[in-house]
Design a binder for this molecule. Structure first.
Ligand SMILES: *Cc1c(COP(=O)(O)O)cnc(C)c1O
Length: 371
C-alpha cells in the first residue's frame, strides 16, 4: 500500500504544525499545570468565540458532553429523547446514561439526517428533548427543528461531534440548540491527540452547572454543592487543540474543495448516489459518503487499488444488542442506508490528484456494473 490512499492520516496533521504542537507540549510541561489550568481557559474562550457562543466548557470526551448536557437540563427516567436511528452509538448511550428513553427517527428521504417532519411525527407526551446529529458534517435541518422545539417547549441539544464549523442559513451549527456537544476525538475535523470534548451554550446558569458537574459538583475546591463526575479536558489536549483550532477553517475549506471535486467527477454516474446538499447548508465534510447497491463489491474493488474506505455505520443503533428493544420489525430507511453507504477518503492529508484517482476508480466500478 505504499502508493495507497489512506482514509485518515493524523501524523500528517501533526507534521503540518509540528513546531507549534511541540511548543505547546513544552509550554504545558514547563508550567506544571495539568488539569483545569490556563490552556483550558484559553481554549474554551477561543472555541466559544469561534462559534459565537457565550460559553464553552471542556470535558473528557464527546459522549460525556452529551450525557452531562442532558443531566444538567434535568432529563431523567420516564422522559423520552428523540435521536436519529442512523448515528454513532454515543448519541443513544448518552440518553441511556441519564436514565431516559431514546426514541428513534429515521433518516429523511434523500438525506442521511433526520428532519423536523420526522421529529414532529415521533413526539409523544413523554418527549422532553430532541438530539439531532449533524452527521458527516451536514446540518440536520436545525432551524426548523429549533422552531419545533420552541413551539413545543422541548430541549434542543445538538450533537455537533462531526460538524465543527458547519453552517445552515449562514449560522453555525451548534448555535441552534440551548446546548451543543462536540467531540475532539483525534479523527474529527477538530481533533485532539487523545480524548476530549466540549459543550457550548449561551445560558449562564447551564454553563455554571456544567462546569461544576464535570468536576465532582464543585465550583470551589473541596466544596460539593451538587452531584458530579470527573470529566475534564486536560491541559495538554487543550494546548494541542488551540493549534488545531487555528487550522480548522483552512482544513474545512480544503474538505469543501475535495467534496466539490468528487461531486463534479461523479455526477450522473450510473447506480451511484452522491450526498445531497440542500440550499442554505454549508457542510464541513467530516465524511464524504456515497451510496451504491453493490457497496461491498465497490469497497473490495477500491481496496484492490490501494484505496482505503470505511462504513459509517454498518447498522442502525437499534440493530445492536444494547438497543434491540427499539428495533422496528421490517427493513427501515436506516437499514437501507447502512447496507449501501461507503465513506470515501477526504481530508487535509489528501491532494486533489488523489481525490481524482478515487473518483475515477469509483466511476469505473459503477460503469462496469451498469454495463
Ligand atoms: C465521535 C462522536 C461522538 C462521541 O465522541 P467521543 O469523543 O468519541 O466520546 C458522539 N456523537 C457522534 C455523532 C460522534 O461522531
Amino acid at each position: 500500500m505504499s502508493n495507497g490512499i489512506k482514509f485518515l492520516d493524523l501524523q500528517a496533521v501533526y507534521r503540518q504544525d509540528q513546531q507549534a504542537y511541540d511548543a505547546a507540549y513544552r509550554r504545558v510541561m514547563d508550567s506544571g499545570r495539568w488539569i483545569l489550568g490556563p490552556e483550558l481557559e484559553a481554549f474554551e474562550a477561543e472555541f466559544a468565540a469561534y462559534g459565537g457562543r457565550r460559553h464553552a466548557i471542556g470535558v473528557g470526551n464527546g459522549l460525556d458532553a452529551l450525557a452531562l448536557a442532558l443531566q444538567v437540563a434535568g432529563i431523567g427516567p420516564g422522559d423520552e429523547v428523540i435521536v436519529p436511528a442512523h448515528t454513532f452509538i454515543a448519541t443513544w448511550l448518552a440518553v441511556r446514561q441519564c436514565g431516559a428513553t431514546p426514541r428513534a427517527v429515521e433518516p429523511a428521504a434523500g438525506s442521511y439526517n433526520i428532519d423536523a417532519a420526522g421529529v414532529a411525527a415521533a413526539l409523544t407526551p413523554a418527549t422532553k428533548a430532541v438530539m439531532p446529529v449533524h452527521l458527516y458534517g451536514a446540518p440536520s435541518d436545525p432551524a426548523a427543528i429549533q422552531a419545533l422545539c420552541a413551539a413545543k417547549g422541548l430541549l434542543l441539544l445538538e450533537d455537533a461531534a462531526q460538524a465543527h464549523g458547519a453552517r445552515h442559513l449562514g449560522q453555525q451549527v451548534g448555535g441552534f440548540g440551548r446546548m451543543a456537544a462536540y467531540s475532539f476525538y483525534p479523527g474529527k475535523n477538530l481533533g485532539a491527540f487523545g480524548d476530549a470534548g466540549a459543550l457550548v451554550t449561551d445560558d449562564d446558569a447551564l454553563a455554571t452547572a456544567l462546569r461544576a458537574r464535570r468536576n465532582y459538583g464543585s465550583a470551589v475546591r473541596y466544596q460539593h454543592d451538587s452531584e458530579g463526575v470527573n470529566s475534564r479536558l486536560d491541559e495538554l489536549q487543550a494546548a494541542f487543540l488551540r493549534v488545531r483550532l487555528a487550522r480548522l477553517d483552512e482544513h474545512n475549506t480544503l474538505r469543501r474543495t475535495q467534496a466539490a471535486r468528487y461531486a463534479e467527477r461523479l455526477v450522473d454516474t450510473p447506480g451511484l448516489s452522491l450526498p445531497a446538499v440542500p440550499v442554505g447548508d454549508e457542510p464541513v465534510w467530516h465524511l464524504f459518503v456515497i451510496r451504491h447497491a453493490q457497496r461491498d463489491a465497490l469497497q473490495a474493488a477500491l481496496k484492490d487499488q490501494g484505496i482505503e474506505t470505511l462504513i459509517h455505520y454498518p447498522k442502525p443503533v437499534y440493530r445492536f444488542p444494547p438497543f434491540a428493544a427499539h428495533a422496528p420489525a421490517g427493513r427501515s430507511a436506516a437499514d437501507a442506508v447502512c447496507d449501501e453507504c461507503l465513506s470515501l477518503p477526504i481530508g487535509p492529508h489528501l491532494t486533489l490528484d488523489q481525490i481524482d484517482q478515487v473518483a475515477d476508480a469509483v466511476a469505473a466500478f459503477c460503469r462496469g456494473r451498469a454495463a
